[in-house]
Design a protein. Structure first.
Length: 376
């Protein structure tokens, strides 16, 4: 059976079809002696109509519905908390079956609705400016837990009066490093892009990474969606401090992977995220260095005003410094925008997601280069 099936204790749990791709559903039905087209029917029911019970799937025979109910289920993470910010941003805390809590954010705009989803319970990479890193790390999310965020958000937003398709864009910018949970993330991408499920286009789904270079190459081959890279520094010395995985995959190696990812597609760009930290990485000379480093890379830069969280040692750059930094990059010919802070009154802004993680970092080993490494 597909690896999405979760075993809990001594008993095998039912198959959670939320995490099954169309191919995974075909495998499930093949094992039941059913035709492959049943997979298409269930995809439409579960993801298109957001059905959570097989009994409502009326184009399946009664016997098949009963058979499915005996071995499978549609079970999304439970909502532990829902908050709505003054600007309309919605944040959910989802409670997972093992007690971990993850956070998901919906950001409404006039022309789109963006869902920011998590891929891990916590994060192992320990970027110094990120609230999620303070929570430590527990485990990778299964694909049904990743898709469950999109499924539940879609259902809740409909209930709140949004359209039938409120989520038009998905960004893997919540808790965790997506490319350290490669298999589950790619399976989730496959479901998001499936026309029978959510029908999102590749350009409307973005995977953000701190720079796991081998997995960037793998993603290019498996599912080349939009890519965002958390850069945050123009040189290795500073990036080693802010983004420790840079010690393993330094900037030159990372940018070469980005060039390969774009390939010869002239209109594709990599989005580079750059959090603005007062007195750390916001000097105009650093903007010029950044422009020089990115020369030859099809790039767009998102400047992110730092969003504070308890215990952080950083302060956000002044608005005038952010504007001057942006102008220096624009003068160098690099498309640059300053991201508007959304949902900061409910701690839903970039870098603020924390959830409730049963940290096991202290019991984990260290790799030879000092970067904490965890399995699924």
């Amino acid at each position: 059976m597909p690896q999405n099936i979760l075993n809990v204790g001594a008993e095998a749990a039912k198959v959670n079809v939320l995490g099954l791709t169309q191919a995974g559903l075909e495998h499930l039905f093949s094992g039941m002696g059913e035709k492959p087209f049943r997979a298409r029917q269930v995809m439409q029911w579960v993801h298109g109509r957001l059905a959570d019970r097989f009994e409502v799937m009326t184009d399946l025979g009664a016997g098949l519905r009963a058979g499915l109910a005996s071995i499978a289920e549609v079970r999304a993470p439970a909502i532990a908390l829902e908050q709505t910010a003054a600007d309309g941003t919605v944040k959910w805390l989802f409670r997972l079956a093992d007690g971990n809590g993850i956070e998901t954010v919906f950001i409404p705009e006039a022309d789109r609705g963006t869902l920011c989803i998590s891929s891990q319970a916590g994060c192992a990479l320990n970027c110094s400016f990120c609230s999620t890193a303070r929570q430590g790390y527990n485990r990778n999310l299964a694909s049904h837990e990743i898709i469950g965020q999109l499924w539940t958000a879609s259902a809740r937003l409909r209930a709140l009066g949004y359209s039938d398709r409120p989520v038009t864009n998905v960004v893997f910018m919540g808790m965790g490093e997506p490319l350290l949970n490669f298999e589950a993330v790619v399976s989730s991408l496959d479901i998001m892009l499936d026309d029978l499920a959510y029908g999102l286009s590749r350009r409307r789904v973005t995977v953000s990474t701190s720079g796991v270079v081998p997995a960037i190459h793998q993603l290019r081959e498996a599912c080349p969606v939009s890519l965002a890279v958390s850069l945050h520094a123009p040189d290795d010395a500073l990036r080693n401090e802010l983004v420790p995985i840079n010690r393993k995959y330094p900037i030159a190696m990372l940018l070469e992977a980005c060039r390969r990812y774009v390939g010869d597609e002239p209109r594709r760009r990599i989005t580079f995220e750059y959090v603005m930290l007062r007195g750390v990485n916001d000097a105009i000379s650093q903007a010029r260095d950044l422009a020089r480093v990115l020369r030859g890379v099809p790039a767009k830069i998102n400047l992110i005003p730092f969003n504070p969280f308890p215990g952080s040692r950083y302060v956000c750059s002044e608005r005038t410094r952010i504007d001057a930094f942006r102008d220096a990059l624009l003068a160098a010919g690099i498309v640059t925008i300053t991201r508007r802070t959304r949902g900061d009154d409910i701690d839903a802004a970039c870098g603020q997601l924390a959830g409730e993680v049963r940290d096991r970092t202290r019991r984990s080993g260290k790799s030879a280069d000092g970067i904490t490494v965890h399995g699924p």
